[in-house]
Design a protein around this ligand. Structure first.
Ligand code: GMT
Length: 383
């Protein structure tokens, strides 16, 4: 197949899922065209089946807000036409789904039919998407897509609960590349971070409010009174300055390291004993899955789709959102010498259920299904 992938070229979340999906599709022989405003960070290699098309937005004195969505639609039209794409798969509804709808309508006037598949990832539904500034467009473009997927059952339910959507939604969970995310031997690194054999807690995110990182600091402050522990925080974002201050105020800053944005997350996960994800909202929790693949148990909130990944009492524990005391109690259970190896093994076993080699065929199957449903003969009748 000739597939167009539209996504945010970001280090985490939907951008990573879209890029890894495209790479895996290319490995399987499909030709994959990425359409984004800059090169996705994980697309830094040569493969004869991977193409990258940058969306360029010309500046103009009238444009206080550059019309990215229009430039994106125009680029989609160009790529679909010139590279004979079979379908466009857009990740994150805003503004990709509506830009794709516009491209589709333009192409229709030129006798070209292009099916659109939209994958909803999380905050495009649970946070920003339902803001009245966007809701009508999000609703319309979900209903107008030829196929829609969500990354968890929970997000599918949220979509039905929060938008007037009547169409079918397919759940295809996020996946993991077990060749990249696996526990590596990093003893020198472990000794540098935890010279006295302290247990290591890790969190990674884009440091937004929705991640509730303050709960990690509060939980860590409790745990630190009973156990020798260190905390590594990977990532950066709007909450960081406040969090650094909170760690000083709590008197724990000597044991907390803010590592900033890192590419080789799997190296840090390789020395971790617990991964912490206390999010307010989380449609899936890809970062938790990455940790589990590196044999790291997870202490998390019970938000959104996290319970579909982290199984309480097996791969880690779930606590109510904001209950950092419970999180500290449960972390202490996992860290017991006779418990940690069991939780580690369970975490890896669970992560294997999300192996990219298992999930990729589900996307391929879905593509085939949508192509069949919208094939030119049946298409005009259907739409
Ligand atoms: O909101 C974010 O944290 C980024 C967001 C995205 O779409 O870029 O992440 C969401 O998508 C990820 C990949 O599908 C999921 O693993 C995350 O759980 C989800 N984040 C939230 O729902 C907050």
């Amino acid at each position: 197949m000739n597939i167009g992938i539209v996504c945010y070229p970001t280090f985490g979340g939907s951008g990573v899922v879209a890029t890894e999906l495209g790479k895996a599709l290319a490995k399987n022989g499909h030709r994959v065209h990425f359409i984004t405003y800059s090169q996705p960070p994980r697309l830094d290699f040569f493969n004869e089946n991977v193409f990258y098309h940058e969306v360029f937005i010309p500046s103009y004195p009238l444009f206080q807000h550059p019309p990215y969505e229009l430039a994106l639609s125009s680029k989609m039209v160009e790529v679909v036409k010139n590279h004979n794409l079979d379908l466009l798969h857009v990740h994150y509804a805003i503004p990709h789904a509506s830009a794709a709808y516009m491209a589709k309508q333009i192409l229709k006037t030129q006798g070209i039919h292009i099916p659109i598949i939209t994958t909803l990832h999380g905050t495009d539904i649970t946070l920003v998407g339902k803001d009245p500034s966007f809701e009508p467009v999000v609703t319309f473009s979900i209903n107008a897509s030829d196929g829609v997927t969500t990354v968890s059952e929970s997000l599918k339910q949220d979509t039905y609960d929060q938008f007037p959507i009547e169409r079918d939604i397919e759940v295809i969970p996020n996946f993991i590349d077990l060749e990249r995310f696996r526990k590596q031997k990093k003893d020198h690194f472990k000794t540098a971070i935890a010279p006295n054999g302290e247990k290591i807690l890790v969190h990674t995110s884009n440091f937004r409010k929705v991640k509730r990182i303050e709960d990690i600091l509060q939980m860590f402050a409790i745990l630190r009174k009973q156990t020798c522990v260190k905390l590594l925080l990977i990532g950066d974002g709007p909450e960081r300055v406040g969090l650094e201050k909170l760690s000083r105020d709590l008197g724990i800053s000597a044991d907390v390291r803010f590592l900033g944005k890192l590419d080789a997350i799997e190296e840090v996960l390789s020395i971790a004993d617990i991964f912490v994800m206390p999010s307010e909202k989380e449609s899936f929790g890809l970062a938790a899955l990455e940790a589990m693949a590196c044999e790291v148990p997870v202490i998390s909130s019970d938000a959104g789709g996290i319970p579909e990944v982290n199984i309480p009492g097996k791969t880690g524990f779930l606590s109510a959102i904001g209950d950092y005391e419970d999180m500290a109690e449960k972390a202490a259970i996992i860290l017991q010498d006779d418990q940690l190896p069991i939780f580690r093994a369970n975490a890896l076993a669970r992560a294997k259920e999300f192996d990219i080699n298992i999930i990729l065929p589900r996307y391929e199957f879905f593509y085939e299904k949508i192509l069949k449903q919208t094939s030119v003969s049946g298409y005009e009748v259907a739409k």
